[in-house]
Write a protein that binds this ligand. Structure first.
Ligand SMILES: [Zn+2]
Ligand SMILES: [Zn+2]
Length: 846
């Protein structure tokens, strides 16, 4: 039965055929020269870590980006749609240990495997711009940027407390510590260690990173909120309390500086209400106090232990508050009042100054603490215009100062200014902005990362590697272990070098860079990936940036997306680029889940893309990923759903191949626009043009691709319902040509293989990707008549039909002429008629 064979939809035959053709045409998905004259469009999906296997989350992310890229190509844009590999990182070292495969080999093999999967899925990437971050032609520019930032004072080295994962045997960024545990090892509690660390001074850009968020209106609000919270700006005051002198201490000789305890507060206007000063257990003064007091020492150790446990449980915010008095006193710098010094388990050494003034009258937390330990509670703020104190704690800045000496009667805000001035004059404090954001520690004691381009000379100390000695290459053959600090430290050929300054013996830095460095600027490299003289040509970047649309998971809202914003600002200040922000519009897609849970090996609910492609074809897998849920929501993977999409594509296949001969015959004499279509032609063309209008609008911003696919399904249903009439020639050949051709064009972003095949079937030549996107004819798309609900006193009475675009008067007349309406209002007083044109008629009767 040759005819049936011909009509069978067979993705296993169609898809490899097109895959081969596309691979043979590297220009197909390539960006055009800057001089193309077309408007540019840079669409980007976040680059994957090359684990060796795509998962369904990738397929979803890339299907969204690829649909958009294809649509923009068809809209006539010069599109840049690149892909690359975030290829440094720990898993390669773990795999090396496990399988005895060198990290580089393992990584490159994984990249090759994933690239094959991407090509099999028909994703339209320009592979000529591919970026692989573990290769020297890329990471040399990490080193180059590091040196530029070092010159600018944006890189520094200091001993600091670090988060140490014993399992990874490396330092983790704060962001990589989740609930006190390693982000990679959910069961491993992160320890604190002291190490010499390289850091990027991201805090120098804290204000700008925060203010820039207001302008990023193409970003999801939730991402902007997460970044705002992460940066955590608070305005306040730093003030010194003076340590009371004690007989026999070194703090009493005349002329010596008084010892001070610096606190940070956002409410210096309440400082007269301070009834204790509280220190973090790690505060340096505490060590001095406990040195001669073993009882106090053991109490403080207990507090430390409680804090550590809460930190490990990720529950610092909810810690049960405990404290101990030290027996020492501090003096309020404004009033000279003597207040006890306490140590408390909820005061954090790494926030603010590690010390606070406790004002129980006007702070919830301080009130709780004072009540528990019987500390005095003093009123210093009173609601404006009231004679009597408010109930304490009174937490408001709408009030005025009482019990505050010369500041009595001032409003909170005015008092704050005045108190700050007094502190500045007296050199015991100042207005201060603090941030939760910390500098970005980038040192890693790992092998598989970018070597930090620094040397240590016995004579000259720290000496940067000169540009002409870049890249500092990672040695290839190296024994990987999980212990004993940096693996590079055990490679003498790497460590031992000559000093770039004096030529004498020197040691290389053996730490490598955090892999978030790689992903902070990779998307700039795509625009000029082969450049061997510079990270990129500024002219090329200026053409392509900012990225028009970036698509990825919301889990990158803080780390990657703050670091890359920081990197952009640094590059701007180095004079390399003109843009302030890297990304114009950001889209965060939902997760792919199965049976209500995230897909994971341990749950055994992983769906393999290869398996889906083998059974249903790439088009079905991709289209299902777009159809099953709105792109920003989680998608619950249902195999029946993929099979359903596959059956739908088979219907499209049969419909188009069956009527293609007749459509082809109409291609030369396309529908004459002056002859208005009627009957079935009009009905089908109207549906077509409504579908075009809807999908075009969605691509322009709403991105409800699930409803786009549904609209194409509806269109196909109408065409199929008319199958017999179409076969009988009831619709002209020119109209058939328009209907089928447009249907195939609409499918092209969602099911590129099938669309390419049917495009050819319709006798079209050239890539469908370069064919203009169909335009909706508003005249054709408009319904002749629409249904309008009529309500009487708020209750639906009937539906009337009026001409589309009918004015209010016509609608009112049609409603009042309706039989049902007439019988309902007979004998009553028509008090009011409200017409919403195109929508509804509401009558009020009495
Ligand atoms: Zn770990
Ligand atoms: Zn030297």
């Amino acid at each position: 039965m040759p005819e049936e064979r011909e009509q069978r939809y067979d993705p296993a035959a169609i898809e490899p055929k097109w895959q081969k053709r596309w691979a043979a045409d590297p220009k197909l998905y390539a960006a055009e020269p800057l001089s193309s004259g077309k408007p540019k469009y840079y669409v980007l999906e976040m680059l994957p870590y090359p684990s060796g296997q795509l998962h369904m989350g990738h397929v979803r992310n890339y299907s969204i980006g690829d649909a958009l890229a294809r649509h923009m190509w068809m809209r006539g844009y010069n599109v840049l749609h690149p892909m690359g590999w975030d290829a440094f990182g720990l898993p390669a070292e773990n795999a090396a240990l496990k399988n005895n495969t060198p990290p580089r080999e393992w990584t490159l093999a994984n990249i090759a495997a994933m690239k094959r999967q991407m090509q099999r899925l028909g994703l339209g990437y320009d592979w000529a711009t591919e970026v692989t971050t573990c290769l020297p032609d890329y990471y040399r520019w990490n080193q180059w940027f590091f040196l530029r930032m070092y010159e600018k004072g944006l890189v520094y080295r200091k001993k600091s407390k670090v988060n140490w994962c014993p399992e990874c045997a490396t330092v983790l960024a704060n962001e990589q510590v989740v609930d006190g545990r390693c982000w990679r090892h959910e069961d491993t509690i992160v320890e604190q260690r002291d190490l010499e660390q390289w850091s990027f001074r991201i805090t120098a850009y804290a204000d700008e990173l925060l203010e820039g968020l207001d302008k990023l209106d193409g970003w999801p609000e939730k991402v902007r909120t997460m970044q705002r919270n992460w940066i955590g700006r608070s305005e306040g005051t730093e003030v010194d309390f003076f340590l009371e002198e004690i007989q026999g201490t070194g703090n009493k000789e005349p002329g010596t500086e008084k010892k001070r305890i610096r606190v940070f507060t956002t409410r210096v206007d309440t400082i007269f209400g301070t009834t204790s000063v509280q220190l973090a257990p790690q505060h340096p003064l505490v060590a001095a106090f406990t040195a001669a007091d073993p009882t106090l020492k053991s109490q403080v150790d207990e507090l430390l232990d409680q804090q550590k446990k809460a930190r490990e449980a990720g529950d610092l915010g909810a810690i049960e508050k405990h404290g101990v008095p030290t027996g020492r006193f501090a003096l309020n710098p404004y009033s000279g009042q003597r207040v006890p010094i306490w140590v408390a388990n909820y005061i954090l050494a790494d926030y603010g100054t590690g010390a606070i003034m406790s004002v129980p009258g006007h702070d919830e937390r301080d009130f709780e603490f004072a009540t528990k330990y019987g500390l005095p509670i003093v009123e210093v703020i009173r609601p404006a215009g009231q004679d009597a104190p408010a109930e304490l704690p009174f937490i408001s800045e709408e009030g005025m100062l009482v019990n505050s000496g010369e500041y009595n009667g001032l409003k909170c805000e005015a008092a704050e200014k005045k108190l700050q001035e007094t502190a500045t004059r007296g050199a015991f404090g100042e207005a201060k902005v603090t941030f939760r954001l910390k500098d970005w520690g980038v040192s890693r004691q790992r092998y598989w990362g970018t070597p930090i381009p620094m040397t240590y000379c016995e004579r000259d100390g720290l000496v940067p590697v000169p540009d002409d000695q870049l890249p500092v290459l990672l040695p290839e053959q190296i024994e990987i272990t999980q212990q004993g600090g940096s693996p590079l430290g055990r490679v003498p050929e790497f460590v031992n070098t000559t000093c770039p300054k004096c030529g004498g013996p020197a040691r290389r830095e053996t730490d490598t860079m955090d892999t978030f460095v790689d992903s902070s600027w990779y998307f700039y490299r795509y625009t000029d990936a082969k450049n061997s003289n510079a990270p990129f040509d500024p002219k090329v970047v200026q053409y392509w940036f900012p990225i028009d649309q970036y698509i990825g998971g919301v889990e990158h809202a803080i780390l990657h997306l703050i670091y890359s914003r920081f990197w952009t600002k640094v590059m701007r200040d180095l004079g390399l680029i003109a843009n302030d922000e890297p990304v114009q519009r950001l889209f965060t897609q939902g997760m792919v889940i199965k049976d209500g849970a995230k897909m994971s090996k341990s749950r055994g609910n992983v769906v393999s893309p290869d398996d889906m492609v083998a059974r249903f074809g790439a088009d079905s897998a991709r289209m299902y990923a777009l159809f099953a849920a709105p792109p920003d929501r989680d998608l619950d993977w249902q195999e029946d759903g993929v099979a359903g999409v596959s059956r739908f594509l088979a219907r499209v296949w049969r419909l188009v191949t069956k009527h293609a001969p007749r459509a082809r015959s109409g291609s030369s004499g396309a529908r004459n626009p002056r002859t208005a279509p009627t009957g079935l032609s009009l009905k089908l063309l109207r549906k077509l043009h409504q579908t075009i209008a809807k999908i075009t609008l969605d691509f322009e911003g709403r991105w409800h691709f699930n409803t786009c696919v549904a609209a194409i399904m509806e269109l196909v249903n109408e065409l199929q319902a008319a199958d017999a009439q179409l076969a009988a020639g009831e619709v002209g050949a020119g109209e058939m040509w328009e209907l089928l051709r447009s249907l195939v064009l609409l499918l092209a972003p969602f099911a590129p293989f099938l669309a390419a095949e049917l495009w050819e079937e319709l006798g079209e030549e050239g890539a469908i990707l370069r064919a203009p996107w169909p335009r909706s004819d508003p005249g054709l798309a408009r319904e002749d008549e629409i249904e309008i609900p009529v309500q009487i006193n708020g209750k639906l009475v009937t539906l009337i039909r009026v001409a589309a675009g009918a004015d209010a008067k016509t609608m009112e007349a049609a409603a009042l002429a309706d039989e049902k309406v007439r019988s309902r209002i007979a004998g009553k007083l028509l008090a009011k008629v409200i017409v919403v044109p195109g929508r509804a008629v509401n009558l009020v009767v009495k």
